[in-house]
Write a protein that binds this ligand. Structure first.
Ligand SMILES: [Ca+2]
Ligand SMILES: [Ca+2]
Ligand SMILES: [Ca+2]
Length: 399
């Protein structure tokens, strides 16, 4: 009887263990491509490699992506495509195509920066792939029409120059282990934070096969000092099988750990794809897994709750969200308006400046740059569209 129970429990637990069993490799992968995205000046070659897996299956490193055959994101900042706006007001968001998932859904705009590559799925449908798999660092825009609740799924890859070794050339050291990180801000208020789930599927480089251990919350934790890896061509890597349909709404991510939040300074984002839009990214933070350096292929998921009702939308009174940062005003509206003007008045009624917004798309933040005279002001801000007042706000500004 005991034997029978043991057998039954073995049969029931083994498939789960097999599905999660890591596969260890040592040294470089076979080179499939030296650069899947050649031709951009100043870029690191985005190499792709293969290992033979446990069942003679092919394991692609750093990741199996839709880069070669998936539709691209829109560019926010991409110097390889000569798209280099200095602030968000130079970005024509309204002209960007929208992927329709639900015809009666709401339009949502997402702004994403990932180190180095990412692709976005909404309800299992591919919305965009990153046009720059490695460097130079770029940022992207996704637009889609969907009803709440909906599921965001992102495949994020910290790319590598020596496939299988998780390394890139740094000051002449070809075995330097690079790091990852992703930040996303959506116009419906969804941002990358610890409410997301994340799991790693490719860890490299590590000094020995048992450097990675699974903790009680299923974190695949690396017990080593990642900046001190000196195993070179002899380093190990760990690969986990990617679950089928991981991007679909029905996939059960309850055993994935929570995403870990990192400050922009930890990820290191001193480049224009970030710095030209600092007010857009706001205080939102980067997410990844427990290890920014050796965790190279990370899957992330977030279910956005709530509901979308077309009738409610029509009856909605427009609401406005206005934020100041330095000389920028960022305005978001729950409804679409054209020919909007922003007027700033002092308490004495003196006009401190007027700024026009040709088109204010609902749920899509627009940023304008002010040029106010120096001083401290208690100001009345008025938004009007075609002469009809929309919104008033009183605030203090210092310049
Ligand atoms: Ca990229
Ligand atoms: Ca990186
Ligand atoms: Ca790495």
């Amino acid at each position: 009887m005991i034997l029978f129970i043991l057998l039954i429990s073995f049969l029931f637990t083994t498939p789960h263990l097999l599905a999660e069993a890591p596969f260890v490799t040592r040294g470089k992968a076979n080179i499939l491509s030296t650069d899947i995205s050649p031709g951009c000046q100043g870029s690191r070659p985005a190499a792709l490699g293969t290992f033979v897996g446990p069942n003679n299956n092919t394991i692609l490193v750093p990741a199996d992506t839709r880069f070669t055959n998936g539709k691209r994101f829109h560019d926010l900042y991409n110097q390889c495509a000569s798209i280099t706006p200095t602030n968000i007001s130079q970005v024509n968001i309204e002209s960007m195509e929208i992927t329709t998932i639900d015809p009666d859904g709401e339009i949502i705009t997402g702004y994403i920066l990932c180190d180095n590559y990412c692709e976005l799925y909404i309800n299992g449908i591919l919305i965009g792939t990153d046009p720059v798999p490695f460097t130079p660092f770029n940022s992207v825009i996704a637009r889609f029409r969907v009803k709440k609740p909906y599921t965001i799924a992102i495949q994020a890859v910290d790319w590598e120059e020596l496939p299988g070794l998780g390394s890139e050339n740094n000051n002449g050291n070809p075995y330097h282990a690079g790091d990852g990180g992703i930040i996303a801000v959506f116009s419906d208020g969804t941002v990358t934070d610890a409410s997301w789930k994340s799991q790693v599927y490719y860890i490299s480089p590590i000094t020995s096969p048992d450097s990675v251990q699974t903790t009680s919350d299923n974190t695949r934790f690396t017990y080593q000092t990642p900046r001190n890896i000196s195993c070179g061509d002899s380093c190990y890597a760990v690969h986990y099988p990617i679950p089928a349909n991981w991007m679909n709404p029905g996939f059960d991510d309850s055993d994935w750990p929570k995403a870990v939040v990192y400050a922009p300074s930890t990820v290191g984002v001193n480049f224009p794809a970030w710095t030209n839009f600092t007010s857009l990214w706001g205080k939102n933070q980067f997410i990844w897994t427990s290890n920014l350096i050796v965790d190279n292929l990370v899957l992330l998921r977030k279910e956005v709750l709530g509901s979308t009702h077309a009738l409610d939308d029509m009856l909605d009174i427009p609401s406005f969200d206005i934020q100041f940062q330095d000389q920028f005003i960022r305005i978001a509206s729950s409804s679409t308006h054209s020919n909007v003007n922003v007027h700033l008045y002092s308490v004495l009624g003196e006009n401190l400046g007027s700024y026009s917004i040709p088109h204010l798309e609902r749920n899509t933040p627009t940023e304008i740059t002010m040029n106010p005279p120096k001083g401290n002001y208690l100001v009345m801000m008025m938004l009007e569209s075609q002469g009809i007042p929309l919104f008033f706000k009183q605030c203090i500004m210092s310049y």
